[in-house]
Ligand binder design. Structure first.
Ligand code: ADP
Length: 303
């Protein structure tokens, strides 16, 4: 199985003609809720590819929490060890999008912000027999480090998506990570110079490897993916697709990568799976609603 330890959010999305200025009340066109959070998105991405998936994290003891859990379960994700936190609300992202596609986003971590080393106990039960632990940075960093340490001790591969972008990570964390998967912006934040193509990605990867990560995979959007392992480095161009909305493309990539590695494919083949899953998700609107199932990815790879 693959374990995901991370955030679970409800996205609250309003469409409006323009974004309100401070003090202004305006009438919007529409409102919708949609399950999100990088942790939950990655769990759904893996489960849609038919690999057993266990989610560890926290929701609030509110109606969003119940909806988030049943939505995860409906895609096949195991949620028995997601805690319903009595004293916090579920994580939410309050999003407004206007006619020019400008947006504002307010993320309130709620229960995600209380994830701690206590939650790693529930995670540890599942480590024997797990093939990978997927981590992101939408829960407190000490919990991320404790989870990575537990997986490392159990000999389980740790795949860290260092998102949202963070200027630095604790140096101890790098050595616990098997594969780090920043996008261009996240890679630039971590190394302190712009990353925008295969050359700059190669320079960034070298620095991240010197900090102790074994394998660096840098996601360069519609350009492609750069990878440096201890043995080799290479660039794989992106698939050509009609992109409509790249929300959760990075999460889709990580799900595809992890699922392929769980089935014993090489890192190169797994990146192709990740890139196909990411590209397909970019052809559909939404976060979890855009994540492709296994048959769709297999058919796309045969084209
Ligand atoms: P993030 O969503 O984290 O910003 P990227 O935009 O780099 O990350 O997207 C993740 C991966 O999804 C890319 O590496 C690529 O494989 C795929 N992808 C994203 N956007 C496109 C696109 N427009 N065309 C083809 N593939 C894409």
């Amino acid at each position: 199985s693959i374990i995901v330890f991370g955030s679970i959010n409800m996205d609250l999305v309003a469409r409006t003609p323009s974004l309100p200025v401070p003090g202004e009340t305006l009438l919007g066109y529409s409102f919708a809720t949609a399950p999100g959070g990088k942790g939950a998105n990655q769990a759904v991405a893996v489960a849609r590819l038919n690999v057993p998936t266990i989610m560890i994290g926290r929701v609030g003891s509110d109606s969003f929490g119940q909806e988030l859990l049943s939505s995860l379960r409906s895609t096949g994700v195991h949620t028995e060890d997601v805690l319903a936190d009595e004293s916090h609300h579920s994580g939410v992202a309050i999003i407004a999008v206007d006619d020019r596609s400008e947006n504002y986003i307010i993320v309130i971590p709620g229960a995600n912000g209380t994830v701690s080393a206590v939650d790693v106990d529930r995670l540890s039960q599942h480590l024997p027999g797990a093939t990978a632990l997927l981590l992101q940075l939408e829960i407190p960093l000490p919990a991320v480090v404790a989870a990575a340490q537990a997986a490392r001790n159990a000999g389980v591969k740790v795949i860290l998506d260092p998102a949202p972008a963070q200027a630095d990570l604790p140096i101890d964390l790098y050595a616990l990570i098997s594969i780090i998967t920043p996008n261009a912006i996240e890679a630039a934040q971590l190394v302190g110079f712009p990353v925008h193509d295969a050359d700059t990605a190669a320079q960034a990867a070298t620095i991240l490897q010197q900090r102790g990560v074994a394998t660096v995979v840098i996601k360069l959007g519609a350009t492609g993916v750069f990878c440096a392992t201890p043995e080799e480095s290479f660039f794989i161009p992106a698939f050509k697709v009609e992109a409509v909305d790249t929300v959760a493309a990075g999460d889709a990539f990580n799900g595809g990568l992890a699922a392929a590695l769980a089935e014993g494919l090489s890192i190169r083949e797994a990146i192709v799976w990740g890139a196909a899953t990411g590209a397909l998700s970019a052809t559909k609107a939404g976060a979890q609603s855009s994540l492709p199932d296994r048959a769709t990815v297999e058919a796309f790879l045969k084209e």
